[in-house]
Design a protein around this ligand. Structure first.
Ligand SMILES: [Zn+2]
Length: 167
């Protein structure tokens, strides 16, 4: 479990990872230190939930649970846990990185793109359409189509979106 939480690919798959992201705990930053600290809080919240008689079969992560978990974060308890963990790890020369992960983004993968693909990029107020003419290491070379015809762009992969398709 701990090993999986060190890996960006698997870290966000854990409920504790999703809670950090969705509920904005620790500023929504996924790092090994934050994940382990939050896991302690998550489990401790179950203990409090259980002793309050609010743990029910089939609804373990219920609103009672999240009220307790939110309170642990709001009260500074979670932050104290985080600091205590960091201190203990440091004393024992363990590395417990505070650096946030860079989460995998399929749009940044070269294999996600191919020559001839229709794409668009830009934002809601100005969208550019084009076709990929070359896949580079971190960018794609794009020939504009439609209103952008006649212009060639070099677009970072994370900005590209497929014109057809569900992602
Ligand atoms: Zn749980």
């Amino acid at each position: 479990m701990i090993k999986a939480k060190y890996h960006p690919d698997t870290a966000s798959g854990w409920l504790s990872g999703r809670e950090i992201l969705k509920r904005g705990y620790f500023n929504g930053e996924l790092s090994p230190l934050n994940l382990l600290a939050h896991t302690c809080c998550h489990e401790f919240a179950h203990l409090l939930q259980h002793s309050a008689g609010q743990r029910f079969r089939g609804s373990v992560h219920n609103r009672h649970f999240y009220a307790i978990l939110d309170e642990l974060h709001d009260s500074g308890g979670a932050e104290a846990t985080r600091q205590a963990l960091a201190k203990r790890a440091d004393e024992q020369n363990l590395t417990l990185p505070e650096m946030p992960f860079e989460l995998p983004d399929p749009h940044q993968k070269r294999t996600h793109w191919q020559v001839g693909q229709a794409i668009y990029f830009g934002n809601a107020s100005k969208e550019f359409h084009g076709e990929i003419v070359r896949v580079n290491r971190k960018t794609c070379t794009v020939d504009g189509t439609g209103k952008s015809r006649g212009t060639r762009y070099r677009v970072p992969m994370q900005m590209l979106r497929k014109t057809h398709g569900d992602d």
